[in-house]
Design a protein around this ligand. Structure first.
Ligand code: ADP
Ligand code: MG
Length: 777
């Protein structure tokens, strides 16, 4: 394998499930904020220029940050990087031998060109250097001795089909200074930190970037390690855990991870450090579970002849088995004096809304109120509309047509008019509205609820935990909490991301649900594309509707629009936008006369609402939209979806998107359009999506193909992330072990008073710089 991509590719901004975030000052639990050597700024240990470079390029600020910047690979003595494994576009650091050196003067300008070929013994890779003057040329020639090993770092490019390293940096075996001046770290280079692990031991290869080479990181790490004492590194793992697993202490582990004395020594160290990441996180989750367990909520027990009974009576369909089972679990939770803390997972269309509504009605029957929080305004408005419709007379309390037992459903969004808002606020505060639906407008201070008994959060993966806590803070007692998500969450992710929640899975779809057929379509194949639009036309002529989903809006700065996910690497492709598709469809012969509208997140709320209403009312045939339609939009008459540049979306997201069609009596069709050739990995992904509608299988696949960065959050793969070694797909057993151990430790010491270093590590995990990825919004 190659030295590998350094510092990771930019993590696509797929919002994933939220991890815990601090709940407030009381949350620190008296834990010390990291102090001492680990919290010390790097400048004192490695000098200001290097510290600045480490901070600027890798986000490493403190001694602790640097020590937790683990090598991504290790090279044994004499073990060269397999150069046949390089991939174009990667930034790599490779260990190779010089095979040949040739220099020639530049034709156009002063200076020289030095062509060096390096090899791993089999594959050869050319590098080109441009020394600026004779002195630099002479220096380079002294260094580039045929047969000598060195580290070479740069971006892999291809020139006439031959792989090469573009603008390589280098560090030769036995040299005391790498490439002076190249990375602004001359002072450190001059220290000549021992790099002759080249020949004597194991060479760590660090995640690096263009401006910060692996060997510069290695030197800095050495400087720090050499001056580190036992008392500088507080041990977060309890003795019991260390003994149980036979782990080395933290200082030994850090030394072995960065500077293994002999091949293989790093493995045990990394195992310990990986476990530690899982353990610290699980300790926090265990603490939260324990706290929830000690909180008291008002039990909301079912009553006879109430709203819920009346609602069940008038329900136009039978509940599925899954809905009934989960309904019972929730009812049992609500009747307890400890607050419910439940995650409800259910496929798109599995009928979660009905389950939630029944829970809300039970609470209203018991004299309380329920709040339903939606991630977007479109969704809040739609929830309000559909809850009101489902309830019918039961939502007409105080009106002429209202039923005997009835309540009201109030809507609170950020952009509603002053009058509507005042009215809704009043209904919420007086308790007249048993159900309050809203976006984060619900979290504002002005909103008061008479007796909040239940909070339902729809599509939690778009909602920060902090926000849900802010809402819970509006209740006098701790309200029950039900979190719903249609993105199936693999078990290991649930254990990390939702580790403080109980989980229910809503299995099965309501009977009579129509299947969705999905097809990957090559955008370059004009005949297929024409046929696809023809299919859209046929649906419209049959009286049905279609979505065309685009990755971007078309008027934005690059990266906006939310579609830049799941890409196979950076490229400069111009993505299809709503603007472009609008223009395209206007010219598409088979779509002549079809009524179109555009919907995207940056339209004014009234405009969005008007478009959604028109589409729901069947006044629009084709809705050209961004991923604003991804979540929860429910127009049963929509049967067809075209996803433009589908390779730009993640697996779970595509699954979520296509869940918008086939919600009614008619079968759904989904076209996944891509300009990429059939053998591109992204297209393989599209084929998988097309091949199955099992959301859990797709979620697992998503996790495997895209890695944690996307699953756990955007910032996961950077140096600032606190989960550096832990991989939820691969390390399920580590997470499970850590969860058990943590529960055991916390059961005895729930606030970690006897484990200050662990408490400190938890605080560190929740530190905003690290915790950003824990927070979704
Ligand atoms: P989701 O789980 O995606 O939120 P919804 O709650 O929006 O699913 O339900 C999707 C559609 O299925 C809605 O139109 C809803 O009225 C309908 N539905 C829910 N439960 C049933 C059922 N048991 N039988 C038939 N239709 C149902
Ligand atoms: Mg829903």
């Amino acid at each position: 394998m190659a030295g590998g991509p350094a510092a990771g590719r930019p993590a696509p901004g797929r919002p994933g499930p939220a991890l815990p975030t601090p709940r407030g000052p009381e949350d620190a639990g008296g834990a010390p904020v990291a102090t001492g050597r680990m919290a010390e700024p790097l400048a004192r240990s490695v000098g200001a220029p290097t510290a600045e470079a480490l901070g600027g390029h890798l986000g490493l600020e403190t001694v602790g940050d640097l020590l937790r910047h683990y090598p991504r690979d290790y090279r044994r003595r004499g073990q060269l990087t397999d150069l046949s494994g390089l991939e174009v576009g990667e930034h790599v650091t490779v260990l190779a031998r010089v095979a040949s050196v040739r220099h020639r003067p530049m034709k156009q300008r002063h200076g020289f060109v030095v062509d060096v070929v390096v090899t791993d013994g089999a594959t050869k890779v050319p590098l080109t250097f441009f020394p600026r003057h004779k002195g630099a040329l002479a220096h380079l020639q002294r260094e580039m001795v045929v047969g000598r090993p060195g580290l070479f770092s740069g971006k892999v490019g291809a020139y006439r089909g031959v792989l090469q390293l573009v603008h390589p940096e280098h560090h030769m075996s036995g040299s005391r200074d790498g490439d002076p001046g190249a990375d602004g770290t001359d002072d450190l280079a001059a220290e000549g930190a021992a790099m002759d692990d080249f020949l004597t031991g194991v060479l760590p290869i660090y995640p690096a970037t263009q401006g910060m080479q692996s060997w510069t990181v290695a030197k800095a790490v050495h400087l720090v390690l050499d001056t580190l004492r036992e008392e500088d590194v507080p041990e977060p793992l309890p003795d019991m855990v260390l003994a149980r697993h036979g782990f080395p202490g933290l200082l030994d582990a850090l030394r072995a991870a960065h500077r293994p004395g002999h091949p293989g020594q790093e493995e045990q160290a990394l195992e310990r450090l990986r476990y530690e990441e899982a353990f610290v996180l699980q300790a926090e989750l265990a603490r939260r579970r324990l706290r929830t367990g000690t909180q008291t909520a008002v039990p909301r027990r079912p009553v006879d002849g109430g709203l819920l009974a009346a609602f069940d009576q008038q329900l136009p369909f039978a509940l599925t088995d899954g809905q009934r089972e989960v309904g019972q679990e929730i009812a049992a939770d609500l009747a307890r004096t400890a607050p419910m803390h439940r995650l409800l997972q259910g496929e798109v269309g599995s009928g979660k809304t009905v389950v939630a509504l029944r829970a809300m009605l039970a609470v209203v029957d018991a004299g309380g109120q329920a709040a339903l929080l939606a991630p977007t305004e479109v969704l809040a408005v739609q929830h309000h509309r559909s809850l009101t419709a489902m309830l019918g007379d039961l939502a007409g309390a105080g009106t002429l047509g209202g039923a005997d037992v009835a309540t009201r459903v109030a809507l609170l969004t950020g952009s509603q008019g002053a009058r509507a808002r005042r009215e809704a606020l009043l209904q919420a505060a007086s308790g007249e509205a048993g159900i309050v639906v809203g976006t984060h407008a619900l979290l504002q201070d002005a909103v008061q609820l008479a007796d909040l008994g239940l909070v339902v959060v729809d599509e939690q993966h778009r909602f920060g935990v902090e926000q849900r806590d802010a809402l819970r803070a509006k209740a006098s007692a701790v309200p029950h909490l039900l979190v719903m998500t249609a993105t199936p969450i693999p078990r290991t992710v649930a254990m990390t991301s939702f580790g403080d929640l109980e989980t229910s899975v809503l299995r099965g779809l309501p009977a009579g649900r129509s299947p969705i057929a999905s097809h990957a379509v090559n955008a370059g194949n004009a005949a297929w594309v024409a046929r696809m639009w023809q299919r859209v036309r046929e649906e419209v002529e049959a009286g049905r509707q279609a979505y065309v989903v685009c990755p971007t809006i078309g008027d934005e700065a690059p990266g906006d629009g939310g579609g830049d996910r799941g890409a196979d690497g950076p490229d400069d492709r111009v993505l299809v936008s709503t603007v472009a598709v609008e223009a395209l469809l206007a010219e598409e012969p088979s779509l002549a006369g079809v009524r179109r509208a555009v919907l995207h997140g940056r339209m004014p709320p009234e405009a969005k609402d008007a478009v959604m209403r028109a589409f729901a009312a069947g006044e629009v045939d084709v809705l050209v939209a961004t991923t604003v339609v991804e979540v929860g939009v429910d127009v049963p008459n929509a049967t067809c979806m075209v996803v433009m540049d589908a390779d730009r979306f993640g697996i779970s997201q595509l699954h979520q998107l296509r869940g918008r069609v086939g919600r009614g009596r008619h079968p759904g069709t989904c076209f996944l359009l891509t300009p990429l050739p059939g053998d591109a990995p992204a297209v393989t992904r599209l084929m998988s999506v097309a091949a199955t509608t099992d959301g859990f299988a797709l979620a697992e696949l998503d996790l495997e193909t895209r890695g944690e960065g996307d699953v756990l959050g955007a910032r996961q793969s950077g140096a600032r992330s606190s989960l550096r070694l832990l991989r939820v797909v691969r390390d399920g057993h580590v997470i499970a072990d850590a969860r058990e151990d943590a529960a055991e430790v916390l059961a005895v010491d729930p606030e970690l008073r006897r484990h200050p270093a662990l408490a400190g590590a938890v605080t560190e995990l929740l530190r905003p710089q690290h915790g950003q990825f824990l927070e979704r919004g």
